[in-house]
Design a binder for this molecule. Structure first.
Ligand code: 5GP
Ligand code: MG
Ligand code: MG
Length: 195
């Protein structure tokens, strides 16, 4: 699609491609400043699939040695509400024992996925765990995840309590390739019945 044009399924754009790029650059320099003094390269763990664009834009602006890997955690299916029971459905390849891990997420909503992933990474022996999320919906939080060791919380934007898509985020595996973030028209997901 033409950059800047709006998909017919989008009700309104929350952050444009330019706004996202500017904010990601800021978060990347904050993260780089924290990773630079570490004695060993950190492991950046993207949560597939939603974090793929944010992770790609972020790491190429973090000019320190680091590893990149992915995990997959699923709780949503095709709906717009989390089932509240996330599972790790694809695991890391990189050994995180004794490493500083930065979990990169598209959006933190209830906090269930992150608390599951933090427990998972802690079991694998990560020495500290930070979280870097593109969007944060604090109004929806039901689980207070705990960072580990010297871990910090980084976020791109605070997100209003609407279901958003684009910049990696999907509805039923569509819209991930939109270069901006928008609110999906409710009639798009109301057409379907959810379990
Ligand atoms: P949580 O476990 O924190 O409730 O949800 C985390 C995951 O649910 C996110 O990583 C994301 O994949 C998905 N999610 C939560 N809110 C939204 C949203 O507004 N839009 C989309 N597309 N996915 C969301
Ligand atoms: Mg996610
Ligand atoms: Mg999804």
């Amino acid at each position: 699609m033409v950059s800047g044009a709006t998909d017919a399924s989008i009700d309104r754009v929350l952050w444009t491609e330019a706004e996202i790029a500017a904010r990601v650059a800021e978060v990347a320099s904050e993260l780089a400043a924290d990773l630079r003094p570490l004695p060993e390269p950190a492991v950046i763990v993207g949560v597939a699939t939603g974090a793929f664009l944010f992770l790609a834009d972020l790491v190429r602006r973090v000019d320190v040695p680091l590893s990149v890997d992915f995990v997959r955690a699923e709780s949503y299916g095709d709906g717009t509400e989390s089932s509240g029971r996330p599972r790790v459905t694809a695991d890391l390849k990189v050994d995180v024992a004794g490493k500083h891990v930065v979990v990169v997420e598209d959006i933190v909503d209830t906090g269930n996925t992150l608390s599951c992933l933090i427990a998972h990474l802690q079991k694998k022996g990560a020495s500290s765990i930070s979280v870097c999320t593109f969007l944060d919906k604090p109004a929806r939080r039901t689980v207070n995840f705990q960072l580990v060791g010297d871990g910090k919380f980084y976020r791109g934007f605070e997100c209003p309590d609407s279901f958003v898509v684009g910049y990696g985020m999907d509805y039923a595996e569509l819209y991930r390739n939109l270069p901006y973030v928008g609110v999906l028209k409710p009639e798009i997901y109301n057409k379907k019945t959810h379990d």
